[in-house]
Design a protein. Sequence first.
Length: 348
Amino acid sequence: MTFFKYLSDKIFSIIFFIFGILLVNLILWLDPFHEIVLSTLTYIDVLIMLISTAFITTRYWFSRRWYQKFSTPIDASATNLSLPITGAHSNEQQMYQVYINSLLSGHQTQLNNVLSKQQEQEDFLNAWIHDIKVPLTAIQLLIETSDGKLSEKQVMQTEIELKKIENFVEQVIYYSRLDSFSNDYLIQDYSLKKIVNLVIRDNMNLFFSKHIRFTFKNEDISVLTDSKWLRFILNQIITNSLKYTPENGEISISLADTRKETTLSIKDTGIGIPKVDLARVFEKGFTGNNGRQFNQNATGLGLYLANQLSHKLGHKLSIDSSVNKGTMVTITFPKLAYYNDEMGNILR
């Protein structure tokens, strides 16, 4: 800001000040009890004007650097946007400074969130590309070694690899919908047994190839959920169990119902999860000791997505495991009627 622009902003204050001096001069000049010499009055006026001019100039000089910060072109890099504005000399400038810094802080937070999301998507895409290459390579090898005719075992193995590809594609789709979940869900009463049977049927070839037994315990129960999203969640959990359950193992699903909630538990006789890894199994990209030793192609995305979607549906995902004994993953479905009754008791 130039000095003349600074003066133009203060023009009303200057006019009011000059008007005040003239009014005082008029009062003194017309006062019959005091004889004022014109030269003396003029001297006082000039002195006041000089002092006022010096004050305004000094004020501008000290504020000049602060104003120059707003006339310099902004470098919109993340580093510069994170630097707060300083150097305010008045309450007015301080008010503007606080407001602008709050805007910069909010913008920086949003920018960090965008960059974080961008990095997450890049990591996810890199992991997905690496992951999907494995079944594609397996299918290519099956075709190359089949001499144009696939055996029954090779057909089953091809279908298993194609199912893996389908699962990876679904992971990308559901991952991309995490932030727009509210636009694509329908909460209704659904039969848990029907949804479970659909997931088991989708993975039947893998059950057969590893000779893994499946059992469904207890009577069917209906819960409030979204069938499509719950089916994806169950598929991530069951495919995980199939990966880490050795041949001739067993996977069982049981249902339990109380006044407060309904639970669906998936239990396997797999290799289990070390206690040190249990607290982190729902973290994005975490593969743990099992991923490093038994499945080096693991990306740690399945349980992360299952947990995120469960939370958005209002369900709760928990896991318990013992090494060499197996793992049990439980999905808890709270009952709305229970919470409505409890709230009614509190209000009464």
